[in-house]
Ligand binder design. Structure first.
Ligand code: GLU
Length: 425
């Protein structure tokens, strides 16, 4: 079992002793917990495409459906060379918890293909997306399982997948995928939703804990990762007056204690640049990803991949709060260490839940055929995610436990309640 899967399962195991008090029937409770440790369904196959030279190439593809007691399975599809069955299972488990904690009516699932998409031509990427959609077609649908983008996938890929799915089933069914382009039934605000939701949670956290009201510019932020999530988090945090002092890609980080020009950095990345070649201006310097983790900032935001904060680098962290925008960026050991040191960790299932929350709004719009304004999307996102924060914060203060434990407590409880109502446990 890999580190990430271990960490995901321990989210459930770790809260079971505090949850047990809420369930007098110990046998039923145990059964429910055990069921949550294994997904309901593993779907796995090798899918193949012909590459540009006409040669057949095979890829391992997965869809893992963790739990659907609260609603259809929901979760993204990741294209990455490190995708594995364990990783997809871990991510599917986290999706069940994430949807439960925000209170949106979904279960959890995740998909993935073991591939380095930067090595594919556009045509190959389209063929791979189409083959993946054909492979999962029998298992997905608006009331079964609703995929979305994740690492290295986007609205264009969702469009190809929707086309392949609809061709097979013979009906229009836009609510089968979320994160689509607007032209195909996507929602305004979905692209930036994960970053926007994160900033809403950060504001709620700071208001509650650091008593920081208006002086956001005193709050310094370092962000590891500058993909969709890291970029929009940085951009929106800056627009809201926070001081983003460092960002990084996989090559290096850029640091300026006075604050960075996020738009200039983004334009540079859009042209395919690597931060290690970024033309530095006075006051800005190049740092390593390891140095970024150790910066003396208010908020450290891991927004890249899993396992970036481990027992080997956690002691370097001097931020006041770690704000998880990636899925599973902190290993269990590192998480324990941070808790002991009194550094709050705002868990992924809360802080990055803006993406799936707006996916839910997209699905609602598709099913009703009526489309919302961006103002309405953001207003409802703020309401939903701030309520999730407040619910968790209440548990933190009442039970004197960490934000992660409180979020897990709330989400596992909601899933178990749904399972029991259905007679599954
Ligand atoms: N991939 C995103 C996540 O990990 C979004 C999932 C979705 O919208 O279904 O939360």
């Amino acid at each position: 079992m890999n580190t990430m899967l271990k960490a995901a399962l321990s989210q459930i195991k770790d809260v079971s002793p505090i949850l047990a008090d809420d369930y007098p029937d110990k046998k039923r409770f145990k059964k429910a917990i055990n069921e949550l440790l294994t997904p309901q369904r593993f779907i796995e196959r090798k899918i193949s495409i012909k590459d540009k030279d006409g040669k057949k190439r095979e890829f391992n593809a997965f869809r893992i459906q963790h739990n659907d007691a609260r609603g259809p399975f929901k979760g993204g599809i990741r294209f990455h060379r490190n995708v594995s069955k364990d990783e997809v299972q871990a991510l599917a488990t986290l999706m069940s918890l994430k949807c439960a904690v925000t209170g949106i009516p979904y279960g959890g699932g995740k998909g993935g293909v073991m591939v380095d998409p930067s090595k594919l031509t556009k045509e190959e990427l389209k063929d791979l997306s189409t083959e993946y959609a054909k492979f999962v077609t029998p298992y997905i649908g608006p009331w079964k399982d609703v995929p979305a983008p994740d690492v290295n996938t986007d609205g264009v890929i969702m469009s190809w997948m929707l086309e392949a799915y609809e061709k097979k089933v013979g009906v229009q069914a836009p609510a089968t995928f979320t994160g689509k382009p607007l032209e195909l039934g996507g929602s305004l605000g979905r692209t930036e939703a994960t970053g926007q939701g994160g900033v809403f949670v950060l504001e709620a956290y700071l208001r509650r804990n650091l008593k920081l009201k208006i002086n956001a510019s005193k709050v310094t932020i370092a962000i590891q990762g500058f993909g969709n999530v890291g970029y929009y988090f940085a951009k929106i945090a800056k627009e809201n007056g926070f001081r983003v002092v460092a960002v990084s890609d996989s090559s290096s980080g850029i640091y300026n204690p006075k604050g960075l020009e996020i738009n200039t950095l983004s334009l540079f990345k859009q042209k395919g640049g690597s931060f290690k070649n970024y033309p530095l201006k006075a006051g800005t310097k190049l740092i390593t990803n390891a140095e970024l983790l150790g910066l003396p900032v208010t908020v450290l935001v891991p927004a890249a991949l899993e396992n970036s904060i481990t027992k080997d680098n956690v002691e370097d962290i001097s931020a006041k709060v770690v704000f998880e925008m990636a899925n599973g960026p902190t290993t269990s050991e590192a998480d324990r260490y941070l808790h002991e040191k009194g550094i709050d960790v705002i868990p992924d299932i809360l802080s990055n839940s803006g993406g799936v929350t707006v996916s839910y709004f997209e699905w609602v719009q598709n099913l009703s055929g009526y489309y919302w304004t961006k103002e309405r999307v953001n207003e409802e996102l703020k309401k939903t995610i701030t309520k999730a924060f407040t619910d968790i914060d209440k548990i933190v203060k009442e039970k004197r436990i960490s934000y992660r434990r409180a979020a897990n407590y709330l989400s596992v409880k909601r899933i178990i309640d749904a399972m029991m109502l259905r007679g599954r446990a």
